[in-house]
Design a protein around this ligand. Structure first.
Ligand code: 5BU
Length: 243
């Protein structure tokens, strides 16, 4: 039996990691829905439909065509009302000074609303320092990419690199949160290199939070809201069984 989320929350000093585990405990869910659609109305419709079943919503804010600050206010209201965190899957990958500007500024001002974001560790420790200089005062969390789900990926375990995270000095019992995308129940992949594993497979490989996108909201125009609700509930229940 896995350790209760509330107990694991005590292992983390990072506010975002702790909050995520606390939400998981309160709502008894480790489902994150990834919503990659291009219109704010559709994104908010999907988020409202899946909100009761998730601990986390993942966005790619740069694919949105009609972005405005009001959309962020609406997303934040849903996050407060339904008790979930927001993860902007930005995959930062530059030197510390540049990523600190990309994170804090521009049109999207990601650090002002996303509880969690992520980065490639390839540039070295400076990327973490740059993002931390913006994010830590706001109690934000940063995930490092160690692997990717796509065919032929070159990202295979960079997280083990000395000085980035898990180095020789890391105590063996240190807790890490693992968030895993590329999950689908009845599909194997897409035409552009995505590869899916089942919830059972990724949980067996150590995943704490399971990220599902098109498997829940559909492709193209997407599923009707009723079907999205059914899919989200089915995934949440399935994950509970497999955990
Ligand atoms: P899908 O519709 O479930 O295939 O969406 C998966 C999402 O997870 C999508 O937003 C990707 O950008 C994201 N993703 C991924 O699929 N694989 C990875 O290795 C990483 C992110 Br990192």
């Amino acid at each position: 039996m896995a350790k209760p989320y509330a107990e694991r929350a005590k292992n983390f000093s990072n506010v975002a990691a702790k909050s995520l585990l606390e939400v998981m405990e309160r709502k008894q869910t480790n489902l994150c829905v990834s919503v990659d659609v291009t219109k704010t109305a559709n994104l908010l419709r999907i988020v409202a439909a899946v909100a009761p079943f998730v601990c986390l919503i993942k966005t790619h804010v740069d694919v949105i065509e009609d972005f405005d600050p009001e959309f962020i206010d609406q997303l934040k209201s849903l996050s407060t009302e339904h008790d979930f965190l927001i993860f902007e899957d930005r995959k930062f990958a530059d030197i510390g000074n540049t990523v600190s500007l990309q994170y804090s500024s521009g049109i999207h001002k990601i650090a002002s609303w996303a509880h969690i974001t992520n980065a490639h560790p390839i540039p070295g420790p400076g990327i973490i320092e740059g993002l931390a200089s913006v994010g830590l005062p706001l109690d934000r969390g940063l995930l490092l990419l160690s692997e990717m789900s796509s065919t032929g990926t070159l990202a295979t375990g960079f997280i083990a690199m000395k000085g980035i995270s898990k180095d020789a000095d890391t105590p063996p019992d240190e807790d890490f949160l693992i968030l895993t995308p590329g999950v689908g129940l009845d599909v194997k992949g897409d035409a552009l290199g995505q590869q899916y594993r089942t919830p059972q497979e990724v949980i067996a490989a150590g995943a704490d939070v399971i990220i599902v996108g098109r498997g829940i909201y559909g492709k193209g125009e997407g599923y009707p809201t009723k079907e999205i609700v059914q899919q989200a509930e089915a995934y949440q229940q399935r994950l509970k069984q497999d955990a």
